[in-house]
Design a protein around this ligand. Structure first.
Ligand code: AMP
Ligand code: GLY
Length: 430
């Protein structure tokens, strides 16, 4: 069988690694466009994730049996509909279902219609409306925190958690002026009640009828230790019993996951592929922060370390709508992924810096270094090529051991300006 993964990050490296490790049939693996680490595992094809036509031609010419989409951009742009229109098998939701991720206003209104717990909000279509909403009293006194979000896809840059209404006014001005992201993504703004609590990511396979939960994960979004500094794509993730207890997971399944799947089917856009719910565990119960319709990065790296079932088969069943016929099994270990990033990330950074120590680390089923932003230098040596560079990932009996194994490996890796958080999983590990 031949599988093509679309994307070039640590998530895609982990998907390919898990496909190879768990498949009971031999797989020929391809990745478009891939990265330096992925090229050791799959044939990298230099096609951009946005070039749907070339991807379709590649899949047709090479008789690809299944395509798996990593990032949200191509999903929101309808790649799944395009592949399926040509009879090609592809893992991911339709363009219509992808709106749960690609429009925050759409997602909030869906949650309101379906009675799914989420923060209070107002959708504003102009700066004046946004300012009026702030002043309406709905979002508390001027000194209370409030969240401002751009409606569209913004790679993590479209959300400002403001400490006061004054700060929120600045965020509104910056977002609409196109200072933080393309102004197109901020045509609508969502003003949202600030929630307090710990965050959790609940991911699942959904086939339009049934679903299978993955182990819940916790991301670490801020660049700085103790959750300080700007948001990033994610600086580390953990899984294991310390993240979420079974009772709360069950509650999230019945109060959030099931109404989301049923609501989307009832409204005519059944979710087939991945659903990723970002939640805040508040004193008043779990509330949805956001939906994604793809695997998370770096959650996937930590989660897939624990997969025991055949991932290719699970994807096949998800696409075919018969998830109920396959077992999706996870081991009882805890896992962690610590991201190593370039100096300057999430702002601007240098690339082409030599990475030292990679050859000295023996990888295994319990320790993997997933590549995110790496390339091969002129002599084939590994060099940095992105903001997030590597995801050092381990699974072990306890979270403490998994983290110890990650940080042990990291102590042998270096490059000029390498930065990472030393406190991943610190709150949960004992
Ligand atoms: P989102 O992309 O909507 O998940 O927002 C990115 C991050 O901003 C989340 O992971 C939270 O850390 C934070 N955030 C989003 N919405 C809220 C909220 N209503 N209250 C507090 N923090 C939030
Ligand atoms: N790690 C968060 C995300 O993938 O959106």
């Amino acid at each position: 069988m031949k599988a093509l993964v679309i994307g070039s990050g640590g998530r895609e490296h982990a998907i390919l690694w898990a496909l190879k490790r768990t498949s009971r049939v031999p797989l020929d693996l391809y990745c478009a466009p891939g990265n330096g680490g992925i090229s050791e595992l799959a044939k990298c094809v230099p096609i951009s994730v946005d070039d749907h036509q070339s991807l379709i031609e590649f899949a047709q010419t090479n008789a690809i049996d299944m395509t798996i989409v990593g990032p949200e951009g191509p999903l929101a742009a309808g790649i799944v509909d395009e592949f399926e229109g040509r009879g090609l098998k592809i893992m991911g939701p339709s363009r219509a279902a992808s709106r749960l991720e690609s429009s925050k206003a759409f997602a909030k209104e869906f949650m309101r219609r379906q009675g799914i717990p989420t923060a209070e909000y107002f959708v504003a279509s102009s700066t004046d409306e946004a300012l009026a909403a702030l002043g309406s009293g709905k979002f508390g006194a001027p000194d209370s925190p409030v969240v401002v979000k751009a409606d569209g896809l913004a790679a993590g840059k479209g959300v400002v958690v403001a400490h006061s209404h004054k700060e929120a006014e600045h965020a509104i001005a910056d977002l609409t002026a196109g200072k933080l992201l393309a102004a197109e993504a901020a045509k609508l703004l969502v003003i949202e009640e600030a929630l307090d609590g710990r965050e959790v990511s609940v991911l699942l396979f959904a086939d339009g009828r049934d679903y299978a939960l993955m182990p819940p994960a916790r991301d670490h979004k801020r660049i700085g230790e103790n959750d300080t500094g700007p948001n990033t794509g994610g600086m580390g993730a953990i899984t294991g019993p310390a993240v979420l207890d079974q009772a709360m997971l069950q509650r999230i399944a019945s109060e959030v996951v099931e109404p989301t799947l049923k609501g989307s089917s009832d409204e005519g856009f059944p979710i087939r592929g991945i659903l990723f719910v970002g939640l805040m565990l508040t004193a008043a119960g779990p509330k949805v922060l956001e939906y994604n319709v793809r695997l998370g990065d770096p959650e996937t790296q930590a989660i897939l370390m624990r997969l025991e079932s055949d991932l290719f088969k699970v994807f096949q069943a998800t696409i075919a709508g018969n998830l109920r016929d396959v077992e999706v099994k996870w081991n009882d270990l805890s896992s962690a992924c610590v991201v190593l990033a370039s100096e300057g990330y999430p702002g601007s950074y240098q690339t082409g810096v030599n990475i030292k120590g990679l050859d000295e680390i023996a990888s295994s089923d319990e320790l993997q270094i997933f590549h995110a932003g790496t390339a091969k230098g002129t002599g084939g040596e590994p060099v940095t090529s992105g903001g997030r560079v590597l995801g050092v990932t381990a699974a072990a009996e306890t979270l403490d051991q998994a983290l110890g194994n990650c940080y042990g490996a990291i102590s042998r890796l270096s490059w000029q300006g390498m930065q990472y958080r030393r406190d991943i999983g610190k709150f949960e590990a004992r």
